[in-house]
Design a protein around this ligand. Sequence first.
Ligand SMILES: [Fe+2]
Ligand SMILES: [Fe+2]
Length: 350
Amino acid sequence: MAEGSVLVVSDDSALSYHAKKDLTRQNFNVIVEANEALAMNMAKTNNFDVIILSIKGDNLEHSRLLLDIKSSKLDSMLIVASDSYSVSSISDMQRFGIFGFLPSSLDQRNLFLIVKQAVFVKKVRNIVKIHEEKILSLEKQIVLLNKKVEDGAKNTVSLYRNLQESYIGSVKALAQALDARDGYTHSHSQNVAKYAVVIAEEMGLSVSEIKDIRDACELHDIGKIGIRDAILSKEGPLTDSEWRQMREHPLKGAQILKSLDLKNVLELVKQHHEHYDGSGYPEGKKNGEILLGARIVSLADAYDAMCSARAYKNKYFSKAEAVEEIKRSSGKQFDPRVVEAFLRVIDRIQ
Ligand SMILES: [Fe+2]
Ligand SMILES: [Fe+2]
């Protein structure tokens, strides 16, 4: 196998002759060409390891072929042979991509050495280039892979969200059906949500807090699902055992919502029958122990219950009477701050 391929471009017959003879003896494939245009064509089509270019004078800019080789960005290692070029500065070498200079009178041993070094450097450059390309392609693959993982994760997240939202939608529909069973109008939960959102906005709660409150209102009585119709729609007062069952619905609701990723909503549902003075259920929490959202849901829930056709605590209320009842219960069943906000927005609610 040849040591490498060399193109000698020179009209100096002595240089061409010696280069061809000496390098061929050292197992290089050597082509000699005096015509620069033909040489350039050969250089472009043959990817020589080394091009030895003979230049007259000391102005590199005057060599058309040197400029062509530079602009063609060939891989070949360039060696400039010149007897008159004496200032072989590094900046000239870098500017033209010249590997080395050699005097035309260079002896055969030095010619062989500089050509062998050029071939070696070219091989090293190729190896580095291949590795760089491999690294670059690897980096691209990693970027693509990361993007795929990211897209996959996004898809999974959005699939999960869709699934969750459709599940929440089904549970809300169930809650609405339960409203009718409970003796309220079918829109009790929706009304509670409407009132609670207006009060929450008035109190300056954040968008996400208000969203949780809306969800909690729409789901607040879902725990009544296990309570018999006879108890839910009973006209007269409930027995102790019936009350016990009724009072379990906030906890049952929280249990139902456990399968959804709605932690805040679950807590609001659980606390929607707690009273500000601690007289509520299921845990008898009071004041700040009860989430502000739950204090708002509680008032909105009671107001709609009072205004519904169904008896609230065995009494029937007009809207004005319901407002008065809420005022009376401020600081007892209801948080005074929530009552104040409610009174400020009552015109918008009715
Ligand atoms: Fe309730
Ligand atoms: Fe309710």
